[in-house]
Design a protein around this ligand. Structure first.
Ligand SMILES: [Zn+2]
Length: 264
């Protein structure tokens, strides 16, 4: 890819976001490209997903949304997009976007999925998140009404700090149950002595969440349920921009529409 093409591509992406000047925010963009290559604007990602899923028979009218994002209110724009495209959406959110709804939560969610021509369709979005500041600093975000930078994701950053200082409490704390589970799940995937930074732990969380969603949904009867799974990382950029670094995207269903992939 030559430099001119890259610059053109870069300005095209930024032109699609109102008021965003690439020249003043290039440190953010460099960080984004270095650590999360292939990232799309949240709007482009959601549009592409919607257009792809229509080919498999998923439409706003016949499909319900499910969303597992972090409880942090800065993830709201992504939840709003899920609702915009998929209508009524079951909230599966927990700290860091981990999927903690369990069999009982899933039973409730799937019970609400509409039935059209004997098929129940839903889309399941599950993602951890990370902020990147205008200066390209990982984890830093400036929130309205707060002068100093705050952090995202705070839950994952707490575990990075605990690993750095070598003090980990692995007990299940019933007064802090979500963070206990996240800590246990992350530590279970690390080798002794490993100390991932915030980028690495966010990618690790994304992998754990993707695996957990697959496991959670696998018992569903695919002759009744058609569903699509979308995982990745939600990235908060400067000026309230949101980006998606995609991971999994697949559809499951015994009687899915034949799709001509050349035309999708
Ligand atoms: Zn968070």
């Amino acid at each position: 890819m030559n430099q001119k093409y890259l610059q053109k591509f870069e300005s095209e992406i930024f032109k699609s976001i109102d008021g965003f000047e690439v020249c003043t925010d290039s440190k953010f963009y460099q960080s984004l490209q270095t650590h999360f290559p292939g990232t799309l604007t949240m709007q482009d990602y959601m549009k592409k997903i919607y257009n792809s899923l229509r080919c498999y028979g998923f439409e706003d009218e016949n499909t319900m949304g499910m969303a597992a994002f972090c409880r942090d209110e800065i993830t709201d724009p992504l939840l709003d997009e899920v609702i915009k495209y998929w209508g009524k959406t079951f909230n599966c959110c927990s700290l860091a976007g981990f999927v903690m709804m369990g069999k009982t939560g899933l039973a409730a969610a799937t019970d609400h999925v509409p039935i059209f021509d004997g098929v129940r369709r839903f889309t399941f979005f599950a993602m951890p998140h990370i902020a990147i500041s205008k200066e390209g600093e990982m984890g830093k975000v400036y929130r309205e009404g707060i002068q100093k930078p705050s952090h995202a994701c705070g839950s994952l950053e707490a575990i990075v700090r605990e690993l750095e200082c070598g003090r980990l409490n692995l007990k299940t704390d019933m007064e802090d149950i979500e963070q206990s589970i996240i800590r246990q799940k992350i530590i279970s995937t690390l080798r002794y002595g490993e100390k991932p930074n915030l980028i690495e732990i966010t990618k690790l969380a994304c992998q754990i969440i993707s695996d957990d969603v697959k496991k959670l949904l696998s018992p569903l009867d695919s002759s009744v349920f058609n569903y699509a799974v979308m995982t990745g990382i939600q990235i908060h950029g400067p000026m309230d921009t949101n980006w998606i670094y995609p991971q999994d995207f697949y559809v499951v269903g015994a009687n899915l529409a034949e799709v001509d992939t050349l035309n999708t």
